[in-house]
Write a protein that binds this ligand. Structure first.
Ligand SMILES: [Zn+2]
Ligand SMILES: [Zn+2]
Length: 305
C-alpha cells in the first residue's frame, strides 16, 4: 500500500486555498516528497507529516512552481539538522537549476551540515526498497528532462493458511520457508512444495504520478491498470489551444488517458485559479467516472484491490 498526501495543488501561482505543487508518497518507513513549490515547508507542518525522514525529494521538472520551496526547506534543515542527508532525484536540467538555487543562493560558499546528494535520473528504476521500487519515465512538457514516476509494489503469491492446515503443516519455520518460496521438509519427513500452499500471483499496488505534461502519447502503457493515476489538469477544453501552447493537460485529456489505460482511480492536481473545482471535476467525469480533484492536505490510500 502507498499513501499520498497532497501538500499543494495549484498551478503556477498559489491561490487562497491552494499552495504550489508538492506531495508526499509514503510506504512503510519510506517517504518521498515529489516537487517542492514555494511554501511547501509550511504545508508540511500544517499537514502534521513533519520533517522527520523527509529526506528524499523527487522533482518532476525545472519550473519554478515545482522547485522554489527547496531553498526554504534546505534553510530549515540546516538550522534544525533534523535529517542525516538530503537526496534530490531529478532530470539533468532540473538539477542544474536546483544547484544554482541551493549552492548559489542558499549556501553561497558555505557547507551544509548534512551531505546533499544530487541524483541525476532519466528513465528506469532509481530506487528500490525491500518490497517496492520507484521508476522514472520521460514526459513531454516545456524544456528538457521532464519526468513522471511509478511507485510499484512487488507482486507476490499469498500464503493460504487453509491449505497449510489441510496438509498438516505445523506453524513455525516450515511455513516461513514456504511463504518465502522455499520447499519445506516437515518433521515427519514429508516434503512440501511452495506451490501447494501459495495462491495465484497477485500484482502489487501501482501508483503513477505525472507532473506537468503536454502529450499523452506513449503514456498509456505506462499507466496501464494503475491503481491510482495522479496527473496535472491545468486547463479545461474551452482553452485547449492554450493548453497545447503551454504543454499542459485539459481535464478531459487527463481523463481520456485514465480511461484508455484502464486505471482504477484518477486524481487531478495542478489546478488553475481560472476555473472552479466543480468545472474541472465535471469535465473529467464526463470521460472517466472515478475521478477526484485533489485539495491541499487531501490524503489517499492506494491499494491493489
Ligand atoms: Zn507547474
Ligand atoms: Zn511546468
Amino acid at each position: 500500500m502507498f499513501e499520498i498526501v497532497f501538500l499543494g495543488t495549484s498551478a503556477s501561482a498559489p491561490s487562497a486555498k491552494r499552495n504550489l505543487p508538492a506531495q508526499v508518497v509514503m510506504h512503510d518507513e519510506y517517504r518521498f516528497l515529489i516537487d517542492c513549490g514555494e511554501g511547501t515547508q509550511r504545508q508540511i507542518l500544517q499537514s502534521g507529516i513533519g520533517f522527520k525522514r523527509l529526506n528524499r525529494i523527487l522533482i518532476t521538472h525545472s519550473h519554478l512552481d515545482h522547485i522554489l520551496g527547496l531553498a526554504g526547506l534546505l534553510s530549515t534543515y540546516m538550522r534544525w539538522e533534523t535529517i542525516d542527508e538530503l537526496e534530490i532525484f531529478a532530470g539533468k536540467a532540473a538539477l542544474e537549476r536546483i544547484s544554482d538555487l541551493l549552492y548559489g543562493v542558499v549556501l553561497r560558499g558555505t557547507t551544509a551540515p548534512m551531505p546533499i546528494r544530487m541524483r541525476p535520473i532519466s528513465s528506469g528504476v532509481f530506487f528500490e526498497g525491500e518490497d517496492f521500487s520507484v521508476t522514472a519515465f520521460p514526459v513531454q512538457h516545456r524544456g528538457p528532462d521532464c519526468l513522471g514516476f511509478i511507485f510499484q509494489e512487488k507482486g507476490r503469491r499469498p500464503f493460504l493458511p487453509e491449505k497449510a492446515e489441510a496438509l498438516g503443516i505445523p506453524s513455525g519455520p516450515w511455513r516461513r520457508d514456504l511463504v518465502e518460496g522455499r520447499a519445506a521438509s516437515l518433521p515427519n519427513g514429508q516434503r512440501i512444495d511452495p506451490a501447494e500452499v501459495l495462491g495465484e500471483f497477485r500484482p502489487g499496488t501501482r501508483l503513477v504520478h505525472i507532473g506537468d505534461v503536454g502529450e499523452t502519447d506513449g503514456l498509456v502503457e505506462i499507466c496501464r491498470d494503475a491503481d491510482t493515476l495522479v496527473i496535472e489538469s491545468t486547463y479545461l477544453e474551452e482553452e485547449a489551444e492554450m493548453a497545447r501552447h503551454f504543454a499542459h493537460m485539459t481535464a478531459a485529456r487527463a481523463a481520456a488517458l485514465a480511461r484508455q489505460a484502464g486505471v482504477k482511480r484518477l486524481i487531478l492536481t495542478h489546478i488553475s485559479r481560472r476555473y472552479r473545482e466543480k468545472e474541472v471535476l465535471a469535465e473529467a467525469q464526463a470521460v472517466f467516472q472515478n475521478v477526484t480533484v485533489a485539495r491541499d492536505f487531501d490524503t489517499f490510500q492506494v491499494k491493489h484491490e
